[in-house]
Design a protein around this ligand. Structure first.
Ligand code: FES
Length: 104
């Protein structure tokens, strides 16, 4: 599956993701600017991204725990998600996200 990621400088990257991986892991392993300090334990919010286009409906809303964590960053938008909480799947092939400033 492919993930289209716009980084903080506006550059667009087409990444190959494996089913079952977290979107954060794909972005990190491809070397983009994402801290992901807690490694996906839902305790840092430094994997913050914006879900672009119509993908938010497919990805779904954040859990209460994820929302609480998003409240700790200043650049939240209605389409904010923590990328460690999005699992790669065929249904998300072509997913478009933009890395938030708070992820760097
Ligand atoms: Fe820490 Fe996602 S990597 S909350």
């Amino acid at each position: 599956m492919k993930i289209i990621v716009t980084d903080q400088s506006g550059e667009i990257h087409e990444l190959e993701g494996l089913e079952g991986w977290r979107v954060m892991e794909v972005i990190r392993d491809w070397g983009l600017d994402i801290k992901a300090e807690c490694g996906g334990a839902l305790s840092c919010a430094t994997c913050h991204c914006y879900v672009d286009g119509d993908w938010l409906d497919v990805v779904g809303a954040p859990s209460d725990e994820e929302e609480d964590m998003l409240d700790s960053v200043g650049d939240v938008r209605p389409n904010s998600r923590l990328s460690c909480q999005i699992l790669c799947s065929e249904a998300l092939d072509g997913l478009e996200v933009t890395l938030a400033p708070s992820a760097a």
